[in-house]
Design a protein. Structure first.
Lengths: 589, 271
């Protein structure tokens, strides 16, 4: 039997980036907000201080900051008809947990999607014909929102983080040194771009020699000290090389902890409850309104928390699962194409090129999570896809995020993975090699989706989420084309040799690729083909808002965090200016 | 206010004895994992500490810093003598010793592995081990019911059985180096088929990964003795600040490697 608690205005499920942003926005407006986080409290001084933060074994390989699969995981398969089996060990993606969640152990790569990325269906259809968006069973859609609508909110996130970078397009004027392909920005980055280490600098020279347009990757690893509009202070990054998969002990990486929590936790109308896992959203019998959430704490006590509004601010996979478990929205069925919840799950199509020198000391251990020189010439629709047979693209980054030796020793083509030849190759190449990351888009298809697993259950007895995914032919063609472009840059550096690591089918849960899972609770212009409207409001149950990358109808060739944050700010503005005055649908279906 | 007992001047979090990271979860965790008898003793945080209600200020509590566990003592705790012989032989082939740099044995990898298998990792911390357990496709990854400690135990026995049956009575440890390499390659490619439900490649992949972990992780975990593996490749270790080196492109950073406990040179008054 669950105990009913005193009602609050807003209950938030999960407390990472979107929880922190929504919490701050809604508390500033005077609402009583309760955040429920199933993981523990975490903060810099206690949990990843500089004295012990730089521990590759513990954080990367023993998953100290990541979701503990013992209690809850998901099942995976490549296609309908296969038996999905549990992901027993983290691999392809590293799920967050605890306060700050993925915002603690992300790289700090802060990208805006291109204006045309929000119009994947209509733009490509117009430029390349109807088949371009339906070939290979693609089910891409427009987002129902435009870049111009989101721009002020991208800017708001930059101000929160103190993003370091160089604008390439200020109010339509192309700027030297920045990304000339980006959508127009209303202002320059809050702090200047990071200084580039040797590898990224060499990448930039080689790319420029081929006529490409290199620029410094925008970073949430700060180039100089910064105080954000909430009064939170960040320090300058020391390039220690322990960023992604680690917490920053130096207060130099933008995270909920470094940018929002010191402000938000002091608000009298904000409460955070940890080790409290939401089991389901409770809805009225007609399923038109949510009444609150049922959650269980680590002692096994169950509570019903009534609330006027419910914000799903957990990771995409958890948000989608909660919608399915709560019976909100029609589950997607790939055999008919009907239903919406779980539809258009997408990922990221990653490949890489390793570059080896004899005569250049790269010092890969000098790095930061987003430290790179990048070209965006072949991302989105920045280039003519005529005759290429695919849509989408990737950025190519000469990237040195660190030189952690268990994970990041590159050895030449043909080197065995053990024995003296491996050891000699490691000793010879460690200081003299680095990696290009080719960060490709992932177009949604009819057969890639999320659903509830029929067999496996979590520690509460609930069905696990089931992921059905494989790379589409569209994305593999894209990735091959992009990997060839990256190899051209690599060869222009005159290295001793390069190694090209292409992406191929089938997708495997084993090797790490990236934690950019998207879709399943997608946004759109109407309830027939989407779960939420452009304000992230659930069409069917308008007092539920679903945050995060679940909203993406397909994934662009960029890291998702800034878009996730901008969508949250955009949603908050609408809640504050319209919804609170008249709770109900913000877009008429 | 949702929590009626709450006193805004005194957040609940501050009252909690924050030994949450050391909680004993034996009963619950073993049941969930479906590994009878595999008690999970130490747990690193999520879902198991007392629920905290945090309001009014940033929580902080004395004695709560989450410093790393490290490896303690000498000698083997998990491995039995026959297993020690196998492990020393096998990791010595995975990373052999020569003048370029230490071998895995010289770097202390067998001790590292012993302490890992004796601890949370060995007991399957962060693994989901619940059933059912079909074999699955390679893309579905680890599908064993065994936790790592159990897998090592079963695999070492099965490999020695294989060697006895197919290579004339010797145990793996007593084979010539070339023969050992042949067996290891057979495990890696799954051409060696083991009995007792042990998937050869699953074990090989885990052993190789764990060997590299012991070789290259901070010496507090018992491997990477004298920081020899870091010296070999030129990784300076847990340095905190490279700012002055960022734009000194192509220069060799002169710092000798340092671990969490410093480096031997400090104690000797050397560099």
């Amino acid at each position: 039997m669950s105990k009913t608690l005193k009602p609050v205005d807003v209950v938030m499920v999960g407390f990472g980036w979107t929880g922190a942003i929504m919490g701050q926005q809604l508390c500033d407006a005077g609402l009583e907000v309760l955040a429920l986080e199933r993981g523990p409290w975490r903060d810099t001084a206690s949990d990843f201080a500089t004295g012990f933060a730089q521990d590759e074994l513990r954080y990367m390989w023993r998953h100290h900051l990541f979701q503990n699969l013992t209690y809850d995981t998901l099942t995976v398969r490549n296609k309908v008809g296969e038996e999905a089996l549990p992901m027993r060990r983290l691999g392809s993606f590293l799920l967050g947990t605890g306060v700050g969640s993925g915002g603690v152990h992300w790289n700090g790569q802060i990208w805006r999607f291109l204006p045309t990325d929000f119009l994947t269906k209509s733009h490509n259809e117009k430029r390349y014909g109807k088949k371009s968006v339906t070939d290979y069973d693609l089910t891409v859609q427009d987002w129902g929102i435009t870049y111009d609508e989101l721009e002020p909110f991208y800017n708001q996130f930059d101000l929160l983080c103190g993003t370091s970078g160089k604008a390439g397009n200020l109010n339509g004027q192309i700027q030297p040194g920045g990304n000339p392909f980006e959508g127009p920005r209303s202002s320059e980055y809050p702090t200047p771009a990071m200084k580039q280490t040797y590898g990224p600098a060499l990448f930039g020279q080689a790319a420029a020699s081929l006529g490409r347009h290199p620029f410094p990757h925008p970073t949430g690893n700060l180039s100089r000290p910064y105080t954000n509009p909430l009064g939170a202070q960040l320090g300058a990054c020391t390039y220690c090389g322990f960023c992604e998969k680690f917490g920053c002990g130096n207060y130099s990486k933008a995270s909920p902890q470094t940018t929002v929590l010191p402000y938000l936790l002091r608000k009298p109308n904000f409460t955070l409850r940890t080790e409290s896992e939401v089991l389901r959203i409770e809805v009225t019998p007609d399923k038109k309104r949510a009444t609150g959430v049922t959650y269980v704490n680590s002692a096994g006590e169950e509570f019903f928390q009534p609330a006027e509004m419910i914000i799903l601010s957990a990771y995409v996979l958890h948000n989608v699962r909660l919608l399915l478990l709560s019976g909100i929205g029609a589950p997607y069925d790939p055999s008919t194409g009907e239903g919406v919840v779980g539809k258009n799950y997408a990922y990221q199509t990653m490949s890489s090129v390793n570059v080896f020198f004899d005569d250049k000391i790269i010092n890969p251990f000098i790095g930061a999570g987003a430290l790179a020189t990048v070209i965006d010439d072949f991302n989105g629709d920045n280039f003519d896809h005529g005759g290429l047979g695919f849509i989408g693209g990737a950025y190519i980054a000469g990237m040195v995020t660190g030189g952690r030796p268990i994970e990041m020793i590159y050895t030449p083509q043909g080197t065995p993975s053990w024995g003296l030849p491996w050891k000699h190759a490691a000793a010879k190449n460690y200081l003299r090699s680095f990696n290009f990351s080719i960060h490709g888009s992932s177009m949604s298809t009819r057969g890639n989706y999320l659903s509830l697993d029929p067999t496996y259950r979590d520690n509460h007895g609930r069905p696990m989420l089931r992921m059905t995914f494989d790379f589409s032919q569209n994305d593999l063609k894209m990735s091959d084309f992009l990997t060839d472009r990256a190899a051209e840059v690599a060869r222009a550096m005159n290295p001793r040799e390069i190694k090209v690591n292409r992406r191929s089918r089938p997708w495997s849960v084993v090797p790490y690729q990236t934690t950019h899972n998207t879709g399943g609770a997608i946004m759109g212009a109407n309830p027939k083909d989407s779960v939420i409207n452009k304000y992230l409001q659930v069409w069917d149950v308008p007092n539920v808002f679903s945050m995060g990358s679940g909203a993406f109808p397909q994934n662009a060739g960029y890291n998702p965090t800034a878009t996730v944050a901008a969508l949250a700010y955009h949603s908050a503005r609408e809640i504050l200016t319209r919804y609170l005055k008249q709770p109900g649908p913000l877009v008429q279906a | 206010m949702a929590d009626e007992k709450h006193d805004p001047g005194k957040p609940d979090g501050a009252e909690i004895d924050l030994h949450r990271r050391r909680l004993l979860l034996a009963g619950a965790a073993a049941g969930i994992a479906g590994t009878a008898g595999a008690a999970i003793g130490i747990h690193d945080g999520e879902l198991g500490g007392p629920s905290q209600t945090i309001r009014g200020e940033m929580p902080w509590a004395p004695g709560s810093a989450d410093s790393p566990p490290g490896a303690a003592g000498t000698g083997y705790r998990y491995f039995k003598p026959a297993e020690v012989a196998f492990i020393e032989a096998a990791v010595g082939r995975l990373i052999p010793d020569d003048s370029v740099g230490p071998g895995a044995v010289q770097a202390g990898v067998p001790f590292f592995l012993d302490r890992q298998l004796d601890g949370p990792y060995g007991r399957g911390d962060h693994f989901f081990l619940g059933g059912p357990w079909p074999k699955g496709t390679p893309q579905q990854g680890y599908q064993s019911r065994f936790n790592p400690a159990q897998l090592y135990r079963a695999a070492i026995e099965a490999i020695d059985k294989y060697v006895a049956a197919n290579l004339k009575g010797a145990s793996f440890a007593r084979l010539q180096a070339e023969e050992q390499d042949k067996v290891l390659k057979g495990l890696e490619s799954n051409e060696v088929v083991l009995e007792d439900g042990v998937d050869a490649k699953t074990f090989f992949d885990m052993l190789l990964q764990n060997t590299k972990e012991g070789y290259f992780s901070d010496p507090i975990y018992g491997g990477n003795k004298d920081i020899g593996a870091w010296k070999m490749i030129g990784f300076p270790g847990a340095h905190y600040d490279y700012l002055e080196w960022v734009e000194r492109h192509g220069e060799r950073v002169p710092y000798p490697p340092v671990g969490f406990k410093g480096r031997a040179g400090w104690r000797e008054g050397g560099q």
